[in-house]
Ligand binder design. Structure first.
Ligand SMILES: C[S@@+](CC[C@H](N)C(=O)[O-])C[C@H]1O[C@@H](n2cnc3c(N)ncnc32)[C@H](O)[C@@H]1O
Length: 234
């Protein structure tokens, strides 16, 4: 049986991302295409309350606030590394009235109220969380989303939608197993198995592989308590 890939503890992740916040934006070469697909599938123009877990330097938030969210929408970003939040604060200064940035470890639960948000986002966060932390966080996302609200995720993925594993993804996985710090602890993970189809309705699920590194994009709607997904066609 293949050995499970090592994961960073939240304390290790904090130390790593605190020390390497200045390098985070260099990941744009593989993140940007996934962001583009995620945005295209997530109806941000209809969102009022958005929470992003592991918001990093606020790169996605800036795109959303500038080009997609209504001008009265509220955005909250949480990150475990204060240096990330400091960068996000500078980047998002122009949108300050709409923005709240909070330090926090999302593996300990979220302080947002039940059914308080209409979008929750996590990009390249699940690839560094342990399987148990990932399951708990998905549960928390479900709790804080309103019925019909959207879960918007992207992570590094082991395979493309066609079932191919690219050479770069294979190399990345080998490096992560041997030197997890070299890739910020991020390993290719599957997001789809985290969702229980009784409480989530899949809206979009695809992969992109810019320059040969595969990411999975998954958007899912919180099913209402009556079992409908609230997305009726009239
Ligand atoms: C790979 S970076 C991705 C940043 C950003 N979402 C992006 O796509 O560019 C992971 C981010 O998650 C944050 N993070 C890691 N573990 C966390 C935790 N337990 N709670 C909150 N943030 C965490 C890190 O500090 C870092 O900013």
């Amino acid at each position: 049986m293949e050995e499970a890939a090592p994961t960073l503890s939240p304390q290790e992740a904090r130390r790593h991302y605190q020390a390497n916040a200045d390098k985070q934006d260099a990941q744009a070469w593989y993140e940007d295409e996934a962001f583009r697909v995620l945005i295209a599938c997530s109806d941000f123009a209809l969102a009022n309350d958005v929470l992003e877990a592991g918001c990093g330097t606020g790169r996605l938030a800036e795109i959303l606030l500038r080009d997609h969210l209504p001008s009265n929408a509220r955005y909250t970003g949480i990150d475990i590394a204060p240096a990330m939040l400091a960068r996000a604060g500078k980047r998002l200064a122009h949108f300050a009235p709409q923005v709240t940035l909070k330090p926090g470890d999302v593996t300990l639960g979220l302080t947002a109220g039940t059914a308080a948000l209409d979008r929750v986002i996590a990009t390249y966060l699940f690839d560094l969380l342990s399987p148990a932390h990932s399951r708990n966080l998905i549960g928390e996302f479900h709790r804080i989303l309103r019925p019909d609200g959207l879960l918007c995720l992207t992570s590094l993925a082991p395979e493309t939608s066609d079932g191919d594993t690219t050479i770069l993804t294979q190399i990345w996985r080998l490096v992560q197993r041997r030197w997890p710090w070299a890739v910020g602890g991020c390993r290719p993970v599957e997001l789809r198995p985290l969702l229980d189809d009784k409480i989530w309705k899949l809206v979009a699920h695809e992969t992109v592989s810019p320059r040969g590194l595969t990411s999975e994009i998954l958007v899912a709607r919180k099913v209402r308590s009556d079992g409908t997904d609230g997305n009726h066609q009239h």
